[in-house]
Design a protein around this ligand. Sequence first.
Ligand code: C5P
Length: 223
Amino acid sequence: MSIAPIICIDGPSGSGKGTISRAVARALGWHFLDSGALYRAVGVAALSGGYPLDDEPSLAKLALHADIEFEDRIDREPHVWLGDDDISEMIRTEEAGQAASKVAALPAVRAALLQKQRNFAQPPGLVADGRDMGTVVFPHAELKVFLTASAEERARRRHKQLSEKGIEAILPALLREIEERDLRDRTRAVAPLVPANDARIIDSTSQSIDVVVATVLDWAHAL
Ligand code: C5P
């Protein structure tokens, strides 16, 4: 029996799950776990420490002991520190995303981060955003949602997001990066990106954020 109810929202990058999970957490007044930010922080720690991204034993130690701190905020992306360094911006780069996806394919790294993620489950409840929240981290969650969208739509959203931040990006290159990362996340041996058997699937390709949030909140209220 968990100490707090849990809603898992899993899916590929660009499916809108970050925005949707945060909006659901805010509406319910629950805690929020951005598990991708945790993997990104480990990726940044590995890059800045000069670790080869396939050195599993060293990366697992790093994941377990790195001084990574999250600010528990649901109204915007969490601030993340590595030691005294604010790495909130750095973890959002494409380079950090690729590094995260490589370290996330290592079973010992995933095992090292398991308890850190479970510690986020505190009353009154938790909305957990990731790839394996419903399958591995919180298999007994009260509600599991798997959010998808076509790769083209996800690349378009990412392009828009970057250009709003004044960052130039090339759409076909973004699409290629998204497809590469999807393939690695879906085919890895450990905790691959697949819906849990009991997950409810939402395709957000042609649905607005508000509609998807309302659907998830309806399900949450019916628990
Ligand atoms: O969600 P986000 O794009 O920030 O995640 C970055 C990477 O971290 C993903 O591509 C994925 O490889 C990894 N990840 C994971 N399991 C999670 C969350 C993220 O493997 N629960």
